[in-house]
Design a protein around this ligand. Structure first.
Ligand SMILES: [Zn+2]
Length: 204
């Protein structure tokens, strides 16, 4: 998956339905430059208001931010330049996935654990057993824990874990910049000349 497709996938998963031109706008911002609203509108050939709509939707996810400068000619006017924070996209997503996973795992535990009293031949749900301190409310005997399956939740958990694994390389900021395409191994470029300096120069 290209980095652009990756980001589109993520924002959708995070709950933003990409509007028309979102992809193109992201592509422009992916260059790493910050672009002002007028430039973006011109490049995309759409109205500034439509540019803003897209940007505000992305800003709600906290993955784009703007800087504000005084307009060079018009007094009282400001120019808003927008930047995409790619690292944040991944950090946000991993955070989201972890929360979803935790939630599903808790639910799985609640849904699949139940208790039985053999003497009374009755089933007791987890939450009810908790109330009676895991004793049968009829005969007072200790309840026995049992498990049932929840295939739907198990599938959801499996999917979340897979997705987390896929993006785990972004969990902590990588020391070296990822290649432009965001695909680390695909194309083997000729190794750069061994730099003696320790600086990790960031490719534009
Ligand atoms: Zn009982």
């Amino acid at each position: 998956m290209s980095k652009l497709k990756d980001i589109l996938h993520i924002i959708e998963e995070l709950g933003v339905v990409p509007a028309e031109n979102t992809e193109k706008l992201l592509e422009l911002l992916l260059s790493g430059e910050s672009l002002n609203e007028t430039d973006l509108a011109e490049k995309l050939e759409i109205r500034i208001n439509d540019v803003r709509k897209i940007l505000y939707a992305l800003a709600r996810l906290d993955i784009v931010y703007y800087t504000k400068d005084k307009h060079p000619e018009k007094k009282w006017w400001y120019v808003y330049s927008w930047t995409l924070d790619v690292d944040k996209v991944y950090v946000k997503y991993i955070d989201f996935l972890n929360k979803e996973l935790q939630d599903r795992e808790n639910r799985l535990a609640d849904n699949t654990t139940y208790f039985i009293c053999k003497k009374c031949d009755r089933k007791v749900e987890y939450s009810d057993a908790l109330v009676t301190n895991f004793k049968c409310s009829r005969c007072g005997k200790m309840l026995k824990e049992s498990k049932r399956k929840d295939a739907r939740l198990e599938r959801a958990i499996k999917k979340l874990k897979k997705e987390l694994q896929k993006y785990s390389i972004f969990a902590s900021k990588p020391a070296a910049p990822v290649s432009e395409e965001g695909e680390t191994k695909k194309e083997k470029k000729a190794p750069a000349k061994k730099a003696k300096t320790k600086s990790e120069s960031k490719k534009k």
